[in-house]
Design a protein around this ligand. Structure first.
Ligand code: FES
Length: 78
């Protein structure tokens, strides 16, 4: 299955979350803290909010709680 991460097509396994797809594609960070440090998915269950990304134009979506689907556009803030 293919999704677009920061404008680049990535092949990811079907049935995974966006957080898993990002990790599979080698994207370690999802956003940056106010001090500029890279942040990434931590809890994997919708609690820590560290995995927020833009999905299909919608900001602040939790990557760990969103299933990746074919053609999805994912933008990290890292
Ligand atoms: S990894 Fe913690 S909310 Fe998504």
């Amino acid at each position: 299955m293919k999704i677009i991460i920061n404008g680049i097509e990535a092949e990811v396994p079907a049935g995974v979350t966006v957080a898993a797809a990002l990790a599979h594609a080698g994207h370690g960070a999802t956003r940056r803290s106010l001090s500029g440090q890279p942040r990434q998915a931590f809890c994997g269950m919708g609690v820590c909010q560290e995995c927020r990304v833009r999905i299909d134009g919608q900001p602040e979506r939790l990557a760990c709680m969103s299933l990746a689907v074919e053609g999805m556009l994912v933008e990290t803030l890292a």
